[in-house]
Each structure stands twice: as C-alpha cells, then as structure tokens.
Ligand binder design. Sequence first.
Ligand code: G3H
Ligand code: 13P
Ligand code: ZN
Length: 306
Amino acid sequence: MPLVPGRELLAEARRGGYAVGAFNFNNLEFLQAIVGAAGDAGRPVFLATSEGAISYAGLESVVALVRAAAAATPVPLCLHLDHGKNLDVIRRCIEFGYTSVMIDASDLPFEENVAKTRAVVELARPRGVSVEAELGRLVGVEDEVSVAERDAVLVDPEQAGEFVRLTGIDSLAPAVGTSHGAFKFKGEPKLDFDRLRLVAERTGGLPLVLHGASSVPDEVLARCRDAGVEVPGARGVPQDQLLEAIRLGVAKVNVDTDLRLEFVAGVRSALNEHPSRFDPREYLGPARDAVRALVGKRIRLLSNVK
Ligand code: G3H
Ligand code: 13P
Ligand code: ZN
C-alpha cells in the first residue's frame, strides 16, 4: 500500500489509546526486519531515517527501498525524517516522497525554534507531509537535581501550548527526562510524568512523541555480553514507564538503540560461533531475524496498552 502521512497513524493511535513504534534504519537488513515485524503483527510503523542515515545510505536508495517494501506489505508505513536540522535535507525529503518530517530546532531559543518549525510546516503542508517538532533538551535527569536545573532542560508545558498554536505542527516531542543511546540513567530510571501530563493538557490532545525510548532489555544486554559486546552500565526506559507515557498522550515511541544492540549481538555471536564463515548473509541474516523478533515484541507492547 502507498506510504501514509504520519498524522493519520497518530490520530488513529490516539483514538485507540496505543502508540505507533518508530524504528530507525540505515541499511537493508534493519528495514527488512522492521517491515517484516510490522507485517507479522499486522500493525503500522514509522520507518525513521536520521540525516546520518540518509548520508550513509543515500536518499534515492532509502526511498526506493521503502517504496518497494510498502508495495509488498499490507500494513501502513510512514517514511519519516528523524531529527531533521538542515532545511535543504528536509526540503529534499519532502520532494522525494517522505510522508513525515521532524524539524529539530530544540537547541535554538524558543522564538527561533518557532520560526524554523513554522517554515517547515509551510513547506510540508501543501504536500500533505506531516511535521513533528521538539521542545526541551533530551537529557537524562537525575532525582537529585534541583527544580531549577530540571526546568532549564526539560520542556516547559506553558511554552508547549504556545509552540503548538504558533507553529501548526502535527506532533510534539517534549523532553521529559529521556535521552538517546544505551546509557540513559545513572540512578533509577524515571520520566517526569507530571510534566508530561501538563504538556498533554496544554497541547489539547495533540499526539506526543517519546524520543530516547529504547528500553535496553536485560535479555538483549545478556546477549551482548555473551557475544563480547561491552556495554557496562547500559540502562533504558522501563517498559511500564513507556506504557504510562502512552496513557498520558504519547502516540509515537522512538526506538533505535535496542535494534542496534540486538543486531550487533547477533552479528558478533554468528562470527564467534563460525570463525571460518565470510558470506555476509550468514552473519547478517541471523542478526536481522533477531531484530525482527525484537521489533515484533515491541510493537505488540506499544499496541496493547491497558
Ligand atoms: O535519535 C537519533 C537516532 O538514534 C539516529 O541516530 O544520528 O546516529 O543516525 P543517528
Ligand atoms: P533510543 O536511542 O532510545 O533508541 O532513541 C531513539 C530516538 O529517539 C530516535 O529519534
Ligand atoms: Zn530522537
């Protein structure tokens, strides 16, 4: 089926009280794993490419691969630009057929973030492309930090309401204490749910997006350790906290790190077990299958929120 605009998947998710997974890919194996898992589960997904993924794989190749995957699967897929910062890249993604783009101007002062985000909405809207933007900084916040320090980095709920009114975006990624990568928390993992609840109120039910949402599961870490991947101290967002975030208004959950960990464990263990193999299909294939299983489990978790 054709690629669908992000806002359609998110509106449906809000109505159903679940979240759509957004999974990043840089290569064929991850794309096959994600689309395969979505098909197995019969659920839609966002296929997310960062600017780095686009420069690694090439925009034309990304779009051609995703179009071919979409034509062969019955589930709705959205091709999404993740953390777009460069207006030329955003413009090219829109021209090439992306159905959702994120403008990440969260490192700019509020007014400049508003202006840059509005400019992207004006580019995207006539083409039916959905727009996500970000407010606040994605950093893990420890329990011990002061209220002032917390306020300085996390989203301001009042500003969030104003930002949505001024920009006309389709979804908002508010910083509520998650961060990217495998090392999210030094102490106990804890998202700022009070802040998230206020953001949801002030933004009038707009679909919210949780970045940095990998949960870094113990069993994946165990497979990493067994295969010789060194990630001591890795810690993600506990899955019950993902579900709580969805109950409060999150409709898109971004996951990249968990796929990377599962994939590297799969490649390393295949190479360790069979030191004489050098056909890439023999070590990429098992890793791809492991990522497919992980993504399938995650999609089911996100879609069954009670
Ligand atoms: O949020 C960032 C994603 O995990 C993509 O990361 O810029 O290394 O491709 P990347
Ligand atoms: P993780 O690093 O937690 O997987 O977050 C991915 C993400 O937010 C992509 O935008
Ligand atoms: Zn992100």
